[in-house]
Design a protein around this ligand. Structure first.
Ligand code: FAD
Length: 321
């Protein structure tokens, strides 16, 4: 009764959220037994694959095919289903993400599997198989029981401790049989943000709002982000006006983040913004208005002018480093 983990990659590297899913699967295998197989698709360096063992995988199943790299949902779902069946797995674990959601939904149908998304803890096995998941954009939890034999768990990012003490995994090649008709959708070009930390994956995020006054002042946000190894984000109006690209827009209608540290600069803390950040582990707010609603959600608050506070904060980070 093995557990299969579906790995997502970007630029030839396995995503951190997928490694967290592997660590979750390892903990789960301690409860229910079985090997942890991790499935990688596309073109990925072998050293990157063996390193998945450190997060807890026993073996990496590698469906090596350049055509799988573009992340066509139907193709990934088909390959995962084939490996799931070949390995006699009963549980599939993956990271909750836009690609993960789309693949998991299809697999739920293909494998007749109960699917729970946004999982934040290991299952309770005393009375069936009940998992806790985050709902209402992180404002509440629900407990959901899966009654099917096959199960799919999509784990919320940054909620699992990433294991790094496992042994290197062995690699087993898998020859997937995928019909050409599944390649009907073609990704002809992708707009890649290179050299930056990806916002949905980031462990630290520095975000700016309208209080930054204009795009010409974003150098301060970027400098602090660079010193912290952080991704940059922004509020919705900031991307609507065109000060920052839309993929940086954080909130209910934008990217939902759950970093270890979220630094909000000149953002008022409207409920729609908070909906995207409220599962951050630590929130630091910099705002000149002591009544700004964001302070109610903050772990640390600095009441002050961003244009004075940011350079000092960046200097302080540099000094510590
Ligand atoms: C359906 C719907 C969906 C929405 N979805 C989202 C969403 O996903 N994400 C999102 O962000 N918003 C969303 N919004 C918009 C949201 O309601 C707020 O309008 C928006 O978040 C406010 O952005 P802001 O905080 O940057 O700007 P403002 O509300 O203008 O706040 C600017 C803040 O900067 C502070 N400030 C000004 N100058 C300085 C300074 N020099 N130093 C320090 N602080 C300063 C001010 O005190 C103020 O608190 C949505 C709205 C609707 C209706």
């Amino acid at each position: 009764m093995s557990i299969l983990v579906y790995l997502e990659s970007a630029e030839g590297s396995i995503k951190k959220s997928s490694l967290e899913a592997v660590s979750y699967a390892k903990e789960l295998s301690n409860q229910i037994g079985g090997d942890v197989y991790a499935l990688a698709l596309g073109e990925i360096a072998e050293s990157e694959l063996t390193a998945v063992g450190k997060a807890g995988a026993t073996k990496v199943v590698y469906a090596k095919n350049e055509k799988f790299s573009s992340g066509i949902i139907q193709v990934h779902a088909e390959v995962v289903a084939q490996v799931f069946q070949a390995k006699g797995a009963k549980t599939l674990v993956l990271a909750k993400s836009s690609l993960g959601d789309a693949v998991a939904a299809r697999l739920s149908v293909k494998l007749n599997a109960g699917l729970v998304s946004n999982v934040v803890s290991l299952p309770e096995l005393g009375n069936g198989f009940t998992v806790k998941r985050s709902i209402y954009t992180g404002k509440a939890f629900a407990e959901t029981s899966i009654t099917t034999e096959n199960k799919i768990l999509a784990v919320k990012k940054n909620t699992v401790d990433l294991k790094t003490d496992g042994a290197e995994a062995s690699i087993e090649k898998f020859d997937a049989n995928v019909s050409d008709s599944l390649f009907a959708a073609k990704i002809t070009a992708t707009d890649k943000a290179t050299g930056e930390v990806l916002l949905p994956e980031a462990d630290i995020v520095v975000s700016g709002g309208r209080g930054m006054k204009g795009p010409e002042n974003w150098g301060m946000i970027e400098e602090l982000a660079s010193e912290l190894g952080a991704a940059t984000g922004c509020s919705k109006p900031v991307s609507d006006i065109g000060w920052r690209p839309h993929h940086e827009h954080v909130g209910q209608t934008g990217v939902k983040v759950s970093p270890t540290l979220y630094v909000a600069v000149g953002i008022s803390g409207a409920i729609q913004h908070l909906a995207g950040v409220n599962s951050s582990k630590c929130i630091v707010v910099i705002n000149k208005d002591p009544e700004a609603p964001f302070f109610k959600a903050a772990d640390y608050g600095i009441v002050g002018d961003a244009f004075e506070v940011l350079p000092k904060l960046t200097q302080a980070v540099k000094a510590i480093k």
